[in-house]
Design a protein around this ligand. Structure first.
Ligand code: TXA
Ligand code: MG
Length: 359
């Protein structure tokens, strides 16, 4: 994996988890970022790994800690609408409508970048991703820091995103000094990424702000097909729309097969596969009791599935299971984003079972 530069990563004796409810701790983290450092912090979606968005050297620290490829751009986090203006060359008309409805919250907007944003943040693209998180700890940190914070999810590149402070500690102990702990993330999957640079807004990454919610407000929107194409095979494509899409994501070390279809059918298929070495992620309302079956919520409770998915993928990695099958929810509402993350964890290991198929 190429990192943004060839520097030796900075190391710390150990990483401290600091309670975000104590203002002193917000200040400790903000002060560390003011010196060009990197800290992890809670947002409502997943934990982020933040540094001064306007300092290229500080941002290169994020790429070092994550082992993130230099061609995958970061999201810039702001605490107010006024913070957006210096980051972009123009504010599209729909910005107001979208931010009134969804900010602060799990919606990232792609706009044309201004010269104030260093190229390393946007991986050389002429657009920048901006989001105002809803989590009070994230907002307090940005305010105390006094400027925009660039932050990807706080996982090592390719691993599931962290939804608890302890996940970050497990992954990055010694690589950063502090994790600002604002509790468990309440969404559990990353923000919806919406490109508003063109005539028709395009969803580049589905999330908990859904296609239907955006369509209701905007009328005409596109959604980039995340089901097919290069993102599944690590193929290098020239400047893809959302560079992150070409990498495999969220993948546990154990090979995962995503099983699409009606839940009764996928449950039947998966239960027949489970044994001492083979495990499954299943819906509570379709699982059987087995030591290798991890349940992630009821089949139609998509918010709960989103909340539990990444932690379940982490559990798989800690177990001695050698293969795992996952039930994929029906792709409506947030189910679409959950299915997207399971599909990405599976790479090309996909099984589709039709309604009338006998297994
Ligand atoms: O919920 C979230 O969005 C979390 C929290 C920490 O805010 N952040 C997060 O960041 O998920 P990250 O870096 O893991 O994912 C950012 C995604 C990547 O797929 C990246 O390629 C895409 O946004 N992205 C960033 N800037 C972009 C740009 N200018 N054009 C297109 N895609 C962009
Ligand atoms: Mg990420």
């Amino acid at each position: 994996m190429i990192s943004a530069n060839n520097r030796e990563p900075v190391s710390f004796l150990k990483t401290l988890i600091l309670d975000a409810n104590d203002n002193k701790n917000i200040k400790i983290c903000a002060d560390h970022m003011k010196t060009g450092g990197v800290v992890a912090f809670s947002t409502e979606t997943v934990y982020g790994l933040g540094a001064n968005a306007l300092d290229a050297e500080a941002v290169s620290g994020i790429f070092d800690v994550k082992g993130r490829p230099a061609d995958n751009p970061l999201i810039v986090h702001v605490a107010s609408i006024d913070d957006v203006k210096p980051l972009v060359t123009d504010i599209p008309d729909i910005f107001k409508t979208l931010t009134e409805k969804f900010w602060p919250g799990p919606l990232t907007l792609i706009m044309r970048k201004s010269a104030a944003v260093p190229d390393i943040v946007t991986a050389g693209l002429d657009s920048v991703a901006v989001r105002m998180p809803e989590h009070p700890a994230a907002l307090a940190l940005i305010q105390e820091f006094g400027g925009p914070i660039a932050a990807p999810s706080a996982n090592p590149s390719g691993k599931p995103s962290p939804t608890k402070a302890q996940h970050v500690k497990n992954d990055l102990n010694g690589k950063i000094p502090y994790i600002l702990d604002g509790g468990d993330c309440k969404v559990g999957i990353e923000s919806t990424v919406l490109d508003i640079t063109g005539k028709v807004p395009r969803i580049l990454r589905p999330g908990s702000v859904t296609y239907d919610e955006l369509k209701n407000i905007l009328g005409n929107i596109d959604i980039v097909n995340t089901k097919t194409g290069n993102e599944l095979n690590d193929k290098i494509i020239e400047k893809p729309m959302s560079p992150g899409m070409k990498y495999r994501h969220y993948a546990p070390k154990v090979p995962l097969t995503a099983v699409f279809g009606p839940p009764e059918k996928t449950a039947e298929f998966i239960i027949a596969k489970v044994n001492d070495e083979t495990g499954a992620l299943m819906f509570d309302d379709h699982a059987i009791d087995h030591k290798n079956i991890i349940t992630i919520g009821n089949s139609d409770d998509h918010e709960v599935l989103a909340l539990n998915l990444f932690e379940a993928l982490r559990k798989v990695d800690k177990s001695d299971i050698t293969a795992i099958y996952a039930q994929v929810p029906n792709e409506t509402g947030i189910g679409y984003a959950v299915a997207d993350r399971i599909r990405k964890a599976a790479g090309d290991r996909i099984v589709v079972i039709n309604m009338h198929e006998s297994i």
